[in-house]
Ligand binder design. Sequence first.
Ligand SMILES: [Cu+2]
Length: 117
Amino acid sequence: MSLFMFRRLVLMTAFGLAVSAAGISSVRAQEIEKNLVIKNHVFEPAELKVPTNQKIKLIVHNQDNSAEEFESKSLKREKVIAAGAKATIVIGPLKPGKYEFFGEFNPATAKGVVIAE
Ligand SMILES: [Cu+2]
């Protein structure tokens, strides 16, 4: 092949590799999951560290015998979780910082914070 064709082939291969690498990293970004438990109207853990600039799947398991509502104004999320049920709440991508959340049905005890760093 000509030098021109060869150069084009090298460029296209490099482009293809870059695209597939980007594809892999975006799939990985969607795979980040963090578990949160509600028990005795308290969140565990109360401090949840997550990476910045990525979507996070919060899997919230309400182990109490009553419903709870996960609520966060800074994360712009609210979701009622039935007694014994698990809910998935997708948050982010987040800038570095602290994002408070609470249980709206038990706000005195059910409090927590997502720390993106
Ligand atoms: Cu609410």
